[in-house]
Design a protein around this ligand. Structure first.
Ligand SMILES: NC(=O)c1ccc[n+]([C@@H]2O[C@H](COP(=O)([O-])OP(=O)(O)OC[C@H]3O[C@@H](n4cnc5c(N)ncnc54)[C@H](OP(=O)(O)O)[C@@H]3O)[C@@H](O)[C@H]2O)c1
Length: 227
């Protein structure tokens, strides 16, 4: 389950190992992960929050994009676990927008901030990796994480970041909790935003489990690589 995965990349088809990538998020039955004001909403049931706590404690790294840090200011830690047992917190912040006051920089767990190569930003108490020009090279990031002993990476959002991982073909498991209230709004974020996939490029999934958790349902899919 937690074995690293060999990924073939161009140019030169150089093989490298990468962690298993699990995307996890919570959405409303109408497919929104937040409202149009893009603020954090409690979509998960208490039972789902317990599941996420368990999932976080099984992964060696937890990743979000800068948009989620700016909107929600999450800790990305598991309550009750000592610092040494916490997952590495990873933030995609290509242009250095995350403020020094962000809770992800609070020292309660190790943090890796990821920028593009042309961004000189530093962060108090956090490591920085500068990967890629224009956009962050997610393949290089996964390779770096694998070399640091990360065998499972949990990607928690938001929609732009999850789209990037799907776009790069780097998602292994898509796990989504569907809550019990409608959010609505054409501008409200969804689990997978970005530019979207054209017909013929859609990402094929295989449903592997369905579980009722309180007032909602948890769905787990694997990404199909069998064509
Ligand atoms: N319900 C849930 O489970 C859940 C979970 C998390 C977040 N959310 C919600 O999601 C919303 C935020 O989502 P979002 O899509 O706006 O933000 P996001 O995905 O957290 O962050 C997007 C930003 O991350 C950077 N980024 C992502 N992928 C990149 C890549 N491959 N290369 C370079 N940079 C990359 C970019 O930063 P730059 O803008 O600097 O280029 C991008 O704009 C909030 O409303 C939050 O409440 C919901």
């Amino acid at each position: 389950m937690n074995l690293p995965i060999i990924l073939m990349i161009a140019p030169g088809n150089t093989p490298f190992m990468r962690p298993r990538v699990i995307v996890n998020c919570a959405m409303s039955p109408d497919g929104k992960i937040a409202g149009t004001e893009r603020r954090q909403l409690r979509i998960s049931s208490p039972e789902d929050m317990e599941r996420v706590r368990e999932l976080r404690s099984q992964c060696q790294a937890i990743l979000v994009g800068a948009g989620t840090i700016l909107a929600d200011d999450p800790h990305l830690t598991v309550k009750g676990l000592p610092r040494d047992a916490q997952a590495l917190r990873v933030v995609l912040d290509p242009r250095g927008k995350v403020p020094e006051t962000a809770l992800v920089l609070d020292g309660r767990a190790s943090t890796l901030m990821v920028t593009t190569e042309d961004c000189a930003r530093t962060y108090p108490g956090a490591e920085v990796a500068r990967l890629g020009r224009g956009a962050i090279d997610l393949g290089a990031l996964l390779n770096l994480l694998e070399r640091r002993g990360v065998s499972s990476l949990l990607v928690e959002g938001g929609g732009e970041t999850i789209y990037s991982f799907f776009r790069w073909g780097l998602v292994d498991v898509y796990s989504v909790f569907v809550g019990d209230f409608v959010i609505g709004g054409r501008e409200a974020p969804t689990p997978v935003d970005g530019e979207g996939f054209r017909t013929g490029e859609h990402v094929p999934l295989r449903l592997v489990s369905v579980e009722r958790l309180g007032g909602g349902v948890h769905l787990t899919y694997e990404v199909r690589r069998d064509g």
